[in-house]
Design a protein around this ligand. Structure first.
Ligand SMILES: C[S@@+](CC[C@H](N)C(=O)[O-])C[C@H]1O[C@@H](n2cnc3c(N)ncnc32)[C@H](O)[C@@H]1O
Length: 460
């Protein structure tokens, strides 16, 4: 990568003005079962017994859904999702039902936030029983971690990603214990709290020189990061990175040797830089860099460089498209929709060239659209004999099905795929269907998603 395309994320962003300090404001403003709760931590904890029948509605989204986008979705997703579409539609049309996850920032000096979340009915998304299967093949459970940022950290063992080496990565494994203490960082620990109800924790404003304690997100966004299985010491490329939620999640899971966050759009890149600055400590600033390239060029400029590449592709973001600011904007987006699969396939091909042999690429989108999901993966697999899709059903869908509604690839996909190992077997859902990718479909009570993810390994 040429130096003029690299920007250290701590580079001053000239357009960014840190907000004025507001010391007299309460630390928290939180809608708890419909009550606006504000005050300091101790006050919030005192109010933990708010009953659910005191619910009042969150402020409504002012904007109505865009009729042309909705009618397009009805036609396309009615056909593609069958019975699942009615419930997915109901969720998308009711922003009051949307759930939000709270991903903790392992780098911040968190004070009692876990207790606050638990007292408000939040629970950990990644249970102790899930983590060994999701983060690595055989993790260590560390109970004697020196870093105890949480008041209650003694109650919860920290999981760290001391995984057995992936193929060709023994050098990586041997490094992790050396540099982690020297950086003075807390152990990697991905912690996300979710609530059974659509309760939104207050977002934190940027405070100069202070790291944010948590990031609010659609919890399904963590699944591509889990599928990436980043380990300490790896070189990771986040090809389409802004605003940076998944980059922050990667940094909770492990301490890579390098995380290159790429974003070609200048405004979104500023947003990305601010996110990184708000969540990562100065000691990581030589390892996390921001790049401004077209993601399609990495395959050439950085061939075979990375252990892991995340392609969180630009897509027809169903939630935001449905609430387009005007019907003209909605119609314009629908016209551009047909061009997205070609760009997505180019980005995925570029990622498969940028990853080293044996490395893995995760492709993800936040749309339900088959042509941007399974079809893109299938097209690229057909072109790349050195690429092999991996099964995420057993690894991710099965352990997390209590939180998310997953759907494997439709059965008619892949008839033309020339990969013997992916050919359908007899049975209701073939291994082949699992391997093309899994789709999180929002459903009533499990409103996470849409999120599609597929993991592809470059064999040679
Ligand atoms: C779905 S968003 C990424 C979200 C991000 N990964 C996160 O978790 O916060 C897709 C991003 O891809 C960027 N993008 C669009 N065209 C691109 C290209 N040719 N190469 C790389 N990124 C591109 C968009 O500007 C957008 O910021």
């Amino acid at each position: 990568m040429s130096p003029n395309t690299l920007y250290r994320f701590y580079r001053r962003v000239t357009s960014f003005k840190p907000p004025k300090p507001t010391p007299t404001l309460p630390l928290w403003t939180c809608n708890v079962y419909g009550h606006t709760v504000s005050g300091d931590v101790s006050k919030l904890q005192e109010r933990k017994n708010v009953s659910s029948n005191q619910v009042i509605k969150r402020r409504k989204k002012d904007r109505p859904p865009c009729p042309s986008v909705l009618s397009h979705f009805d036609k396309q997703y009615g056909e593609e999702l069958g019975d699942l579409w009615a419930s997915a539609r109901a969720v998308l049309l009711d922003p009051h039902s949307w759930q939000y996850g709270v991903m903790l920032n392992r780098f911040s000096a968190v004070t009692g936030i876990t207790q606050i979340l638990q007292s408000q009915g939040f629970s950990s998304l990644l249970q102790q029983t899930d983590i060994p299967r999701l983060l690595c093949d055989g993790p260590s459970v560390v109970t004697n971690s020196k870093y105890k940022p949480e008041d209650n950290s003694l109650l919860q063992p920290h999981f760290i990603s001391k995984c057995p080496p992936d193929d060709n990565t023994s050098h990586v494994f041997s490094q992790d214990l050396q540099f982690e203490p020297s950086l003075g960082l807390p152990h990697p620990s991905l912690q996300c709290y979710i609530h059974p109800h659509p309760l939104r924790f207050p977002s934190q404003t940027h405070r100069h020189g202070q790291l944010k304690q948590y990031y609010l997100l659609n919890a399904a966004s963590l699944l591509p990061v889990l599928a990436l299985k980043v380990r300490d010491g790896e070189k990771v490329l986040d090809l389409c990175s802004a605003p940076g939620g998944k980059a922050i999640a990667v940094m909770q899971c492990a301490t890579p040797e390098l995380l290159c966050c790429n974003e070609p759009d200048p405004h979104r890149r500023d947003w990305l830089s601010r996110t990184l600055e708000s969540f990562l400590p100065p000691s990581l600033r030589t390892r996390v860099i921001v790049s401004a390239q077209d993601g399609c060029s990495f395959g050439q400029s950085e061939a075979g460089t990375y252990d892991k590449v995340l392609v969180d592709a630009p897509c027809s973001n169903d939630r935001s498209w449905l609430y387009s600011s005007s019907s003209q904007q909605g119609e314009q987006r629908l016209r551009e929709r047909a061009r997205l699969p070609a760009l997505q396939a180019q980005l995925l091909r570029s990622a498969l060239s940028a990853v080293r042999p044996g490395g893995i690429v995760v492709y993800s989108t936040c749309t339900l659209s088959t042509s941007e999901n399974y079809t893109v993966v299938e097209t690229v697999l057909n072109d790349c004999p050195e690429a092999e899709a991996e099964d995420l059903w057993e690894e991710i869908a099965v352990p997390l099905s209590k939180y998310f509604t997953f759907r494997p690839a439709p059965p008619d996909h892949g008839k033309a795929l020339h990969k013997p190992s992916l050919q359908p077997h007899n049975g209701t859902v073939s291994p082949y269907q699992h391997r093309l990718g899994i789709l999180v479909v929002p459903q009533t009570g499990k409103t996470w998603g849409p999120m599609f993810l597929s993991r592809i390994r470059r064999k040679k």
